[in-house]
Design a protein around this ligand. Sequence first.
Ligand SMILES: *Cc1c(COP(=O)(O)O)cnc(C)c1O
Length: 220
Amino acid sequence: MSIANNILSIKASLPPHVTLVAVSKTKPVADLTEAYNAGQRIFGENKVQEMVEKWEQLPKDIQWHMIGHVQTNKVKYMVPFVSLIHGVDSLKLLVEINRQAKRYRKVINCLLQIHIAEEDTKFGLNELELKALLESDEFKQLENICITGLMGMATFTDDEAQIRKEFSYLKSIFDQLSKQPSTVNFQLSTLSMGMSGDYRIAIDCGGNMVRIGSSIFGNR
Ligand SMILES: *Cc1c(COP(=O)(O)O)cnc(C)c1O
């Protein structure tokens, strides 16, 4: 199967309310171009430097999503063009995104990453940390970021029940938070969960943004 075919068949299989992020990390620009020519406009990268290099070479109507863990000292390089940052898991990082965004008079949309997997290797906030962040005075004063949703990664396992439990847990946090009134920097709409191996389960559990790499571009 070609990249174009993979994109088209995955897109055709997604319900209309689900957004596809094509995860192109480690893949050459030629592969992204093939996806672009098949109509894909949202690409996900996990390293700032690599995303900057691809942004420079590719059409400017691409929406670039940062899906990886971001170091605060790298934020400034992507702020001019990034459209959504998925992996925000500290107030410190949010403050730095806000500070850089302000220099460009922009508002950068961010997702808060929630720790849902059994493994403790994965990044993310727990429920208490999430609550503390959102209720802090420092957060309320940030005017150049907007929290538009949540992101999570399930345990890497064949146990479908386990994956389902973790995604359902994230959906329940999302639903709870969605009951809170929107503010200038808090407007929930996006629940980013699901990768090549588990995106169907994620959609079943209520996710509306999937991040798919190897099923489109092949193994890395
Ligand atoms: C690499 C990556 C993906 C895509 O993984 P695939 O299994 O190749 O679909 C999704 N989300 C994050 C955060 C990733 O790092």
